[in-house]
Design a protein around this ligand. Sequence first.
Ligand code: PHB
Length: 393
Amino acid sequence: MTLMKRRHFSAIALASTALAAGLPALAQDNTFKIGLILPMTGQQATTGRQIEAAARLYMAQNGDTVAGKKIQLIVKDDTSLPDVTRRLAQELVVNDKVNVLAGFGITPSAMATAPIATQSKTPQVVMAAATSSITQASPYIVRTSFTLPQASVALADWAPKNGLKKIVTLVSDYGPGLDAEKFFKERLTFNGGQVVEALRVPMRNPDFAPFLQKVRDLKPDALFVFVPSGAGAAVMKQFLERGMDKAGIKLIGTGDVTDDDQLNDMGDGALGVVTSHHYSAAHPSAMNKKFVEAFEKANKGLRPNFMAVGGYDGMRVIYEALRTTKGQGGGDALLAAMKGQIFESPRGKMFIDAQTRDVVQDIYLRKVEKKDGQLYNVEFDVIKDVKDPGKTR
Ligand code: PHB
């Protein structure tokens, strides 16, 4: 080797050693990583699409640098299989060294991640899953979606006052469905109504036909439904095809069934369906109007649903925690800064209860109506500051 070549070689060697030793570490120190685990394919794919779009919108609107740290969003598809969620969470914590785990389209995925959050002291921001007990699975869980007891109880107060006393419930047979069934029934019974039959359908690939036939034969005043986001259109279609509405059976449910992601394609048969929920794209606040407009603009006209708002607000909770801790401290400091946050969301005012780490929010009664030629869940009543009723026992 000539002297020149040797010099050149050692300069490169030196540079690459410096890179290996110093620069990546420096880059890492200035990066704040959010591991966003979502179902991007499969039955819950709409949830993944909505939440990812909302998270990206939040970043576009609020910048990708907070407290001197560059925010990096790492999106992973768990195909809504909890074993996959667990593996991805493990990899994100161990290999990518994420600062926060977020997303979680369904309850089993949130539950599967809880032990990893606890062991690694990583805050786990649940943006979608809505079984009451999730927040009890790890002290590192904070939720920005809703709970099924929270949404169901409001409807059980409304129904008997509006002539719906004899009701059949139809729910997906897993965590959130069982919560909806239980809390709806308890409250309805307390209010003098009656659940005449409680039907449960499989969570994956349900065939609603035999269940709806049974409901027709029972002739209740109403059918109360909970199915996870993405499955509502199938229920609505089969309900109408069987002429249940013409037989005098009212369809009611939590807002998951008249999901804004699908509602507009359900057709006029959906008009008049009453649901209770924490978010409607038609919520008439200035902030929501801006949110819906920006979301639609960034996503080829896609209307945001309640999953999107859970993702958007989840990002707010993470950004704000990073800002108040000034980018210092680990998972415990971040978690402490997430607790007790109170702010205006596109859904209305929301609050992360410091004791339960769960969301306290307004629950709305809504009716499907046509506005400017499109179907919307139009709010007609509100119950303020609802805590998760699942936590008070
Ligand atoms: C859940 O699995 O917790 C879940 C999924 C979709 C919903 C509500 C709850 O719409």
